[in-house]
Structures are given as C-alpha cells and as structure tokens.
Design a protein. Structure first.
Length: 153
C-alpha cells in the first residue's frame, strides 16, 4: 500500500511538469459576435460572463488551471467549446451556420444544458437565472431570424 501511494505521489509531481498552453488566439473585434450584432450591453454582459470563457478567444484561466490534471480538463473544455461555437470568430461562419449555432444556443439555454454544471461548480457567478436564460434564448432566436430573413432576400 505504501508503494502505491509513493508511486501516485510521484506521478502527481511528474505531471506538474506538463503545463497547458494558456495563450488565447489573437482577437479581431470585427469578427466578434457581440460587436457585429451590436448586442445591447445588458445581454452582452450575460454572454461575456456565462459563455465567453469556453466559447471565445477571451478565456480566463482560473488558479486551478495551474494544477494537473485539472488544467488538462480546463483546456479540453475550452478547446471543445471553441470548436463547437466561438463567438470571437462568429463572422467567419457562413450565414446558414450562424443561424444554426444561434438556434442550438437558444435550445441549450432553454434546456438548461449551458453553461455546463461542471463549469458552474467553480464559477457560480456564471449561473443564469430563469429570466436571464429566457432573455438570452430570445435574443439568439431574434438574431437567428434576422440572419435567415436576410438570406432569403
């Protein structure tokens, strides 16, 4: 038993020498969702606070992202979030994809699938009230409709 604990301790020490890359990709404000859609500040604040850590190039890495294996989990969440939807590069999506991503986002908010529960454990300030969920989902639906209407003309 003592040998197992020593091996585990050594493994925990060794993995600390494999940090994650916390460099955010460069920002181009002309491609950011909040800017190109002229999002009202109250809605923009909710999106920045509850979505941008994983779904933008403006991720803020918390203190525990310096400790392995937690850092790997954080990095994986951010990479997966950006791959699924990146508000910082929203303008690069074609209009059909933009509309689809907004539809998915509204649906996930309504179903309380976002923000992830695992994220909210350490980021209670990102928790959304039912009213905020409703406002955000409606905002995404409105922008989705605008995009779809502009594409049918």
């Amino acid at each position: 038993m003592k040998k197992v604990l020593i091996v585990l301790l050594m493994a925990m020490i060794i993995i600390q020498f494999f940090p994650i890359d916390k460099t955010n990709p460069p920002l181009n404000e002309g491609m950011d969702f909040l800017r190109i859609k002229n999002t009202p500040e109250p809605i923009a604040k909710i999106i920045r606070n509850s979505c941008y850590d994983c779904h933008s190039n403006e991720s803020r890495y918390p203190y525990y992202s310096n400790i392995q294996p937690f850092a790997w989990l954080v990095k994986n969440h951010i990479d997966e979030g950006r791959k699924e939807l990146n508000f910082s590069t929203f303008a690069t999506y074609d209009k059909k994809r933009q509309a689809h991503k907004l539809e998915e986002s509204a649906e996930m908010l309504e179903n309380k699938e976002m923000p992830l529960e695992s994220y909210l454990i350490m980021h209670s300030d990102a928790k959304l009230t039912d009213e905020q969920r409703k406002q955000l989902a409606q905002y995404f639906k409105n922008i989705q409709k605008e995009i779809e209407s502009a594409n049918t003309l």
